[in-house]
Structure formats: structure tokens, C-alpha cells
Design a protein around this ligand. Structure first.
Ligand SMILES: Nc1ncnc2c1ncn2[C@@H]1O[C@H](COP(=O)(O)OP(=O)(O)OP(=O)(O)O)[C@@H](O)[C@H]1O
Ligand SMILES: [Mg+2]
Length: 251
């Protein structure tokens, strides 16, 4: 589905920052990939590129074999709206719109009739166990419930890939587990997931784990490597090991 070829991202400003360098990565349908690494390593930069929110300054990003750099902004926005679902650490819900309206916002680009959008939004809320909260406003929900609304919004459109940036970063242990259980369930049903995390317990749920450090990517664990499906030809495969917290980063 996704192929990054020697992707680099450089930010020019007061100084020039090479946030990503020479990143090769293949993501297949049904994958569950965790990206770990210290603060400032380039993880969000990579996720923003995968989510078509940003463009590489070097290399190629192929989605279904299409070079995304050749797409215009409208096409990229359309592809993002239909093929990609986002979950962020801080939920990004509109406080003055109901839970249902927040989920409906995801259908902006699908061109579906209203009835269909409503059905799918209700289905998505049911999948995360929040049918009874459809008419509530987000500020009246708990943190765990808010994140589940954000997940319903992300999966409601049946995206090709779910991209999550620290999805449990603002949650306590119980709510984190609930979110991870949902991800397991969705992945078991075929949902492709890429999640960024500092938390070893979150990374441990994924079958494939890569690490970004100073803009470069290394493989930590790749369940597919043993089946002859290496993450990317030529990338070193380090045998699966228990995931450890990044040095200097609170677990
Ligand atoms: N828009 C930008 N302009 C300039 N520099 C940027 C920009 N976005 C990111 N950077 C720089 O690129 C590097 C990687 O940032 P990124 O946000 O990808 O890190 P991260 O791995 O997600 O860190 P964290 O775990 O703290 O979220 C950092 O040094 C950051 O300062
Ligand atoms: Mg980040």
C-alpha cells in the first residue's frame, strides 16, 4: 500500500534541520506498525508525510503505486479524506459540536448521501462502545471517551490506513488499554495501523516495530521478516527483542 523510498525532510529556518534522512519503508495491507524513538527524532515528521499533510523534500512516497508528489493539492486532500484516518494525542475534537457531529466531520470528502453518513457514524460509535454518548458534547466526556470518539471519527470512513500519533499519550493505564484493545480488534479485522509512541506497552502490541533516531529509521522487530517479507529489501533486520523505553524518555 505504502512505499517510502529514500525519503528525507529538511526544514529550512534559522538553521537547517534534517528531520528525516534516507527513510525506506514498506507498509502492506493489514500491517500493524509501531514507530518509537526519542523526542525530536522525526516521528511526527514521518507520520505527517505518510498522512499527506506534508511532502518529502527528497525521495518518493508511493501510495498504491502512485507517486504522491505528482498529485495536486486537491487530489492529495481527497486521498487523505478517503484513505487515511488520523488519531492524535490531544484528540482534536470540536468542543461545541456533539459527539455524532464530530464523527460526521470525517465524511466531508466521501460524497456519501446524508443517510449513509449517519448510519456509518452511528456504526463507528457503536464499534468504540459510545452509542449512548452520540448527543453529548466532548467537554462532558472523560479523556478515554474523547479518544474513543476520535477513533470512531478516524475509522468511520473505513480508511486504508489508520495513523496514530501518541494515541494514549493523554490517557491513564486503563483507558490506554481500552484504546489498544480497540486497535487490536480493528487490526484483527484487517485494518492497517501505524502508531507512534514513547510507551513500550503500546509498541509491544504491534507486530512490526521500527525506531527513528536523528531522522534515520532502523528495524526493531519485524514479524514478517521471518516469512521472507522484510520491511524493505536491504534494511538490516534486528532480531525481535523486548521493547525498551528510550533512554531519557519517561516510559
Ligand atoms: N515545521 C518545522 N519547522 C522546523 N523544524 C521542524 C518543523 N517540524 C519539525 N521540525 C524539527 O524536526 C525535528 C523532528 O521533529 P518531530 O516533530 O518529527 O519529532 P518527534 O520525533 O515527533 O518528537 P516528539 O516525540 O517530541 O513528538 C525536530 O528537531 C523539530 O524541531
Ligand atoms: Mg511528535
Amino acid at each position: 500500500m505504502i512505499e517510502l523510498e529514500s525519503v528525507g525532510r529538511r526544514f529550512e529556518g534559522a538553521g537547517s534541520v534534517a528531520a528525516l534522512q534516507g527513510v525506506d519503508l514498506v507498509i502492506r495491507d493489514g500491517d500493524y506498525l509501531a514507530v518509537t524513538g526519542p523526542s525530536g527524532a522525526g516521528k511526527s515528521t514521518m507520520l505527517n508525510i505518510l498522512g499527506l499533510l506534508d511532502r518529502p523534500s527528497e525521495g518518493r512516497y508511493l501510495f498504491d503505486g502512485i507517486d504522491t508528489d505528482r498529485l495536486g493539492e486537491r487530489e492529495r486532500t481527497g486521498l487523505r479524506g478517503t484513505a487515511i484516518g488520523f488519531v492524535f494525542q490531544s484528540f482534536h475534537l470540536l468542543a461545541e459540536r456533539t459527539v455524532l457531529d464530530n464523527v460526521l466531520l470525517a465524511f466531508l470528502y466521501g460524497g456519501l448521501p446524508r443517510r449513509e453518513r449517519l448510519d456509518r457514524a452511528h456504526d463507528a460509535l457503536a464499534r468504540v462502545g459510545l452509542s449512548k454518548r452520540a448527543s453529548f458534547l466532548p467537554p462532558t466526556l472523560s479523556g478515554g471517551e474523547r479518544q474513543r470518539v476520535a477513533i470512531a471519527r478516524a475509522v468511520g470512513t473505513a480508511p486504508r490506513v489508520l495513523l496514530a500519533d501518541e494515541p494514549t499519550g493523554n490517557l491513564d493505564e486503563g483507558n490506554s488499554r481500552a484504546v489498544l484493545d480497540l486497535f487490536d480488534e480493528f487490526n484483527a479485522a484487517g485494518q492497517t495501523i501505524v502508531t507512534i509512541t514513547h510507551d513500550p506497552a503500546v509498541a509491544a502490541r504491534a507486530r512490526r516495530r521500527v525506531r527513528v533516531r536523528e531522522g534515520r529509521l532502523t528495524v526493531v522487530a519485524d514479524a514478517q521478516a521471518s516469512k521472507g517479507l522484510a520491511l524493505h529489501p536491504g534494511l538490516p533486520v534486528i532480531p525481535a527483542a523486548p521493547v525498551v523505553a528510550d533512554e531519557g524518555t519517561p516510559a
